[in-house]
Design a binder for this molecule. Structure first.
Ligand code: F6P
Length: 337
């Protein structure tokens, strides 16, 4: 191992919050302190770094947060940080605090901000390592098969949809439920499989209303079902618009529920607490090993670090096997049930 230069880490959470972010903060702090590294929490993400909004973190300041949703460090989306002038202010804050590394917990935008800051720091002759930990309920980070918060968000969504199903069943209605996921369908796909949806609409597949909605409802009706649950990824279109089409073209009067930000809250599941703890630990190991700029990722059950440039080039699509399972469960005519 080369000599460890890291003495003080800044930790922040940025972008949309995700259940398990707190567990990641805790793991970074506890691992770092165990190695004699000081930790400073930057509040409100990159916005806080521009505005010198920080709090020193010791081992006890991260007690009793592993079970909490949200983020104790607060989060924000910062427009100012996108500009060089904003990042220059952030670098002044890094200098003031004597930070030689930053652990940024969030999504793609958070990591790109981290990389831009590090580049600007190097140009100013100020070495700054940055490590990204993927945390977003969207699960849309190309280099990591899993992102912190996804499992909890899926569980929150299925709990709500199970409740909806009770009333939809009683009234023999059609329900459209819009789930989050930004431009990706990971959340909708997993949730759709888990609730036994009649149809699932995802942005990765062009929606053909007749094939993907009307026909699935007809098949279900012919099979004797009198209520229908349609899961819509927000990136696939508006559940309201699909409801209007159902009303006009299928002749039934559906109800729409947009789950919205409720999916971002709640007690993190074991998967999210454990993954966050493992990733937080690994982030500090990467710094101890002078890995430079990297993203911590989940790959085939293991937690690894991937160089940031390489990580940005990596993409991931929806899992083919899950798509096949969904098709087998929703295409009644083709599958004879
Ligand atoms: O990225 C997480 C996410 O919850 C997306 O699923 C959603 O599209 C977006 O954030 C909502 O952003 P905001 O909280 O800024 O409304």
């Amino acid at each position: 191992m080369t000599e460890n230069r890291v003495k003080r880490i800044g930790i922040l959470t940025s972008g949309g919050d995700a259940p398990g972010m707190n567990a990641a903060v805790r793991a970074v702090v506890r691992t770092a302190i165990g190695q004699g590294i000081e930790c400073i929490g930057i509040r409100r993400g990159w916005h806080g770094m521009i505005n010198n909004d920080f709090v020193p973190l010791d081992a006890s300041s991260v007690s009793h947060i592993i079970n909490k949703g949200g983020t104790m460090l607060y989060t924000a989306r910062s427009e100012d940080f996108r500009a060089e002038a904003g990042r220059a202010k952030a670098l002044t804050c890094c200098k003031l605090l004597g930070l030689d590394a930053i652990v940024a917990i969030g999504g793609d935008g958070t990591f790109r901000g981290a990389q831009a800051l590090s580049k600007q720091a190097q140009e100013a002759g100020m070495p700054l390592q940055v490590v990204g930990i993927p945390a977003t309920i969207d699960n849309d980070i190309g280099c990591s098969q899993y992102t912190i918060g996804f499992d909890t968000a899926c569980n929150t969504a299925i709990e709500c949809i199970d409740k909806l199903r009770d009333t939809m069943q009683s009234h023999e209605r059609c329900s459209l439920v819009e789930v989050m996921g930004r431009h990706a369908g990971f959340l909708a796909l997993s949730v759709g499989i888990a609730v036994g949806a009649t149809a699932v609409l995802i942005p990765e597949r062009d929606v053909d209303f007749q094939r993907d909605v009307a026909e699935k409802i007809r098949q279900a009706r012919l099979a004797g079902t009198t209520h229908y649950m349609i899961v819509v990824a927000e990136g696939a279109g508006s559940a309201m618009d699909f409801a209007a089409q159902i009303r006009e073209q299928v002749g039934i009067d559906p109800r729409v529920t947009v789950l919205g930000h409720i999916q971002r809250g709640g007690t993190p599941t074991v998967r999210d607490r454990e993954t966050a703890s493992r990733m937080g630990y690994e982030a500090v190991q990467a710094l101890l090993n002078n890995k430079g700029n990297c993203v911590i990722a989940y790959q085939n059950g293991r937690i690894v670090d991937i160089d940031m440039e390489t990580a940005f080039r990596m993409t991931k699509g929806l899992d083919q096997e899950r798509c096949e399972v969904l098709e087998a469960m929703t295409n009644r005519r083709a599958n004879g049930f």
